[in-house]
Design a protein around this ligand. Structure first.
Ligand code: NAP
Length: 283
């Protein structure tokens, strides 16, 4: 039976670190603060916001919300972004996306100060990830994958890593972050030939394809570590990953479940970024 790499164990350890860092900053007179810009009232956004605000409260991070109507103009939204950029009491900013269709999302992202981009959506943050330097913040989901590897002391140095998926939000940054950890990285996508044999060769596999059960027993081999980023709803209406868990788990060494794996770590990563942004301001 494979070892389960559990999000709640990673989150518990991460939360302790974040909490004590936030408390230390407060002692220096800095209260780490997340600015939330939400346009409209999409149920997905509201539910993520409730989770993020609750996690912030538990960990000693304040939240300031800027709530705008669904029919807000580009001008008013750009003003809100300028306002959070200039507000020294706000250290990190979360902008809910996708924005309503009448708004120019790219312009909004371009306007955000990368130093406050705790969700890793700006080009500035992406440069930081690709250059391997402290600039902006990596997107929370690939960072959550790295936190899982770190927590379970999975050393990537010299290991063969395969990332399935090449999106800018998960696959590409995950590949760069594995490279920074000295893995030898291959990225697979829909044009990859003979993907099962490529994936089978890896020591560490991160799957972010957005297709339920795309990696099954034909793709894996004994000894592998499997990180499943996927969040899908199956025919029975249940959450499932991009990995066919029941077929893969008996073969590999360790695997993240869905739900209860990567997804449960991302909110803490976001809050951790806010605390890091506040700490950088103090340096
Ligand atoms: P995306 O933008 O749709 O990208 C999917 C990538 O997977 C693409 O690069 C695509 O290749 C590749 N792909 C799709 N089907 C494939 C196949 N059969 N074989 C090989 N490669 C395949 O998705 P995403 O935003 O990266 O998200 C990926 C998954 O992660 C989704 O299930 C999403 O729900 C989940 N997710 C989870 C979290 C979390 O917090 N856990 C956060 C964000 C996303 P091409 O480039 O060739 O099209």
């Amino acid at each position: 039976m494979a070892r389960q790499l559990l999000g709640k164990e990673v989150t518990a350890a991460l939360n302790e670190k974040i909490k004590s860092r936030a408390a230390a900053l407060k002692e220096k007179g800095v209260e780490p603060t997340l600015g939330i810009i939400r346009v409209g009232e999409r149920e997905d956004d509201l539910s993520y916001e409730r989770g993020a605000v609750k996690r912030c409260e538990t960990l000693g991070v304040a939240c300031k919300k800027i709530l705008l109507p669904a029919d807000v103009t580009q001008e008013v939204l750009m003003d809100a972004v300028r306002q959070v950029n200039e507000d020294d009491s706000i250290h990190g900013v979360l902008i809910f996306r996708p924005l309503p269709r009448h708004l120019d999302e790219e312009a909004v992202i371009r306007a955000l100060d990368p130093a406050k981009d705790v969700d890793g959506i700006t080009d500035g943050s992406m440069v930081g990830v690709f250059a391997g330097r402290e600039q902006g913040f990596p997107p929370c989901t690939p960072q959550a994958c790295m936190e899982i590897l770190d927590h379970y002391q999975i050393d990537c140095t010299g290991k063969k890593a395969v990332v399935v998926g090449r999106s800018l939000v998960v696959g590409k940054p995950a590949a760069m972050m594995l490279l920074k950890k000295n893995a030898t990285v291959t990225v697979c996508h829909t044009r990859t030939k003979d993907m099962p044999s490529v994936v089978k060769e890896a020591d560490i596999v991160i799957v972010a394809a957005g297709r339920a059960g795309v990696v099954d027993d034909r793709y894996v081999s004994p000894g592998q570590i499997i990180i499943d980023v996927g969040i899908n709803v199956n025919d029975q209406g249940r959450l499932c990953g991009d990995v066919a868990y029941d077929k893969v788990e008996p073969i590999v060494d360790a695997i993240t479940p869905v739900p209860g794996g990567v997804g449960s770590v991302t909110t803490s990563v976001l809050v951790g970024h806010v605390v890091e942004a506040a700490a950088r301001k103090c340096r």
